[in-house]
Design a protein around this ligand. Sequence first.
Ligand SMILES: [Ca+2]
Ligand SMILES: [Ca+2]
Length: 179
Amino acid sequence: MPISPGLMRKGMALFLMFSAGWMVQTSWTVEIQVKVELQGAVEEAFERDVYFVAADAGGAILNSWTETLTFSDGIGETTLFEASEDMAFLSAKTKWTLRRRIACEPDEEGQAEAAFTEDAELRGGDLNGDNQVDMLDFGMLRYHWYTENEAADITGNGKTGMPDYNILQSNWYVTGDPE
Ligand SMILES: [Ca+2]
Ligand SMILES: [Ca+2]
């Protein structure tokens, strides 16, 4: 059977679709196993949204994710999918903490690990989202003092009080890392 121009076009279209799909897959197959520790968090389990950003060696942003993690003993874990193979850094931030950025590169099999723990834990006290701990955050904490509003509950026990203040104060005038 002779190959008609119509069939040729169909074949070419299929080939292009296949190539495009293959390219997308090979550029975005990195999986990151992530562990996050929150400074001063209570032992009981609670949930927090964590905002992750992957950047290349020059600091250009490649991917971002918002994941809800369950923290128990102050530690939460998750897996981030479809990260770029050009990734060199991963940063993490919550609405109660400063941003932390750590080195994170995939191995030959497209696997990467990122531990925001111990010295790289997420330090608490940035409550207004400007990645710095100062008077504006203290103002929010004072406003919610002894309430059950979660806005200033850095420790995750559902209330705002002295333990939250102590964490904020320990990071006074500290600025977080870039994305
Ligand atoms: Ca702040
Ligand atoms: Ca608290």
